[in-house]
Design a protein around this ligand. Structure first.
Ligand SMILES: Nc1ncnc2c1ncn2[C@@H]1O[C@H](COP(=O)(O)OP(=O)(O)OP(=O)(O)O)[C@@H](O)[C@H]1O
Ligand SMILES: [Mg+2]
Length: 361
């Protein structure tokens, strides 16, 4: 059996741990059609927490229900590319027999690569309307997913929002799901570029329970014929802290070590796998998360790393020699960026495993 783990951004894992029920509202919305609240959903969470994977899961659900899906990443010109996708879908629908299954377009970059010129915007809306009317007669609709909303151009997103709002007002069957870092989403909603998005359903993704990770590992290892004691599986699961990217990394290296060791894992193999997973996590997640923060943010994080466990604002302020309002400003920024999270009673803790150790080292 091939290694089932997928420690790659956006790759669907062998087992979607801890996400049961999160897309129920969306699924229900698809059955209700136009205007259902679940059809407007925003997925937020820290890096590597599983946002892109959730978008894929939503796309699968939509396709299963016969809906058309357009899947895009929010880089400049994405609106024009959605317009292209809509044109292609309309063509496909026009030519094919009525029951023809619609498939999503890949994100391969064909079509326009620039923003839509002003005079083409009415076309965009008309294209959307035409497509949605056809889909409506077939009792389905269109779901548009947009990933990495942090990279979005404000003009494009507000254009998209106003068109989608217009489609909804006309009773047309459209669904819109965004995914992005909490910071990007709260900025977007606060800036008022797309006020109607404030009514969207919010799915805020967190780490999963390590007990669920243990169960999932046990099942996958036993399917793969790998012998390992429950204590070791549990130990490995604990080190992931329920963090999805780390779940995949640890699983991946455990599988790899098992392959070298005659499909059975002892304490040493497990320790080697965990160390490899942690190194890779540091390289991929921690360093990239730290690459775009300011020096002040970094000082704040260093002050936190100097303490064990959750930190209080008071102690961070002391370490930095900063006033409470300054501390609170950086605290909010770092929470919004998905690097730290509130840990109750004015405390914060790191939101990315390995970040504390990295900063100390
Ligand atoms: N529920 C889950 N259970 C187990 N593994 C998961 C789960 N969700 C995501 N993963 C795995 O975690 C990794 C990160 O997932 P994904 O790329 O969706 O995260 P993301 O939030 O989009 O990250 P980024 O902010 O970097 O775009 C992938 O390897 C994926 O297979
Ligand atoms: Mg992603």
């Amino acid at each position: 059996m091939q290694n089932p783990f997928k420690p790659t951004a956006g790759a669907t894992p062998p087992d979607l741990i801890g996400r049961a029920g999160l897309l129920d509202e969306f699924e229900y919305g698809l059955r209700q059609g136009s205007g259902a609240p679940g059809l407007l959903t925003i997925i937020t969470g820290a890096r590597g927490i599983g946002k892109t994977v959730m978008l894929s899961a939503a796309e699968d659900i939509a396709r299963d229900q016969g809906w058309a899906v357009i899947s895009r990443t929010a880089n400049p010109g994405f609106l024009a590319r959605i317009g292209d996708d809509m044109l292609r879908l309309t063509d496909e629908l026009g030519d094919g027999p009525p029951a023809r299954k619609i498939t999503a377009f890949s994100a391969a970059g064909f079509g326009l690569t620039t923003q839509i010129p002003q005079e083409r915007i009415p076309d965009w809306r008309r294209t959307g309307e035409d497509l949605l009317r056809v889909l409506k007669t077939r009792r389905t609709g269109l779901v548009i997913t947009i990933d990495e909303i942090h990279a979005v151009d404000r003009a494009e997103i507000s254009q998209l929002a106003s068109d989608v709002q217009h489609f909804i007002r006309d009773g047309l069957p459209i669904g819109l799901i965004f995914a992005g870092l909490p910071s990007a989403v709260s900025d977007l909603l606060n800036e008022g570029v797309a006020t109607f998005l404030r009514r969207a359903d919010r799915i805020n993704l967190h780490e999963t329970a390590t007990a669920e990770v243990t169960v999932s590992y046990q099942e996958l290892f036993s399917k793969g014929g790998i012998e390992v004691s429950p204590t070791l599986v549990n130990e490995a699961a604990q080190t992931t802290e329920g963090y999805p990217f780390l779940i995949q990394l640890v699983g991946y290296y455990l599988w790899m070590e098992a392959g070298k060791a005659g499909w059975s894992l002892n304490q040493d193999n497990v320790a080697t796998a965990i160390a490899a997973a942690q190194r890779r996590n540091t390289l991929v997640v921690v360093e990239s998360a730290l690459s775009d923060i300011s020096d002040k943010d970094r000082e704040f994080l260093n002050a936190m790393a100097g303490q064990d466990g959750p930190s209080t604002a008071g102690r961070i302020g002391q370490a930095l020699g900063s006033k409470p309002n300054v501390v609170s400003k950086y605290r909010n920024r770092l929470i919004a960026a998905g690097l730290i999270e509130s840990a109750g009673y004015g405390k914060v803790d790191f939101a990315i495993p390995g970040l504390r150790q990295y900063l100390r080292g």
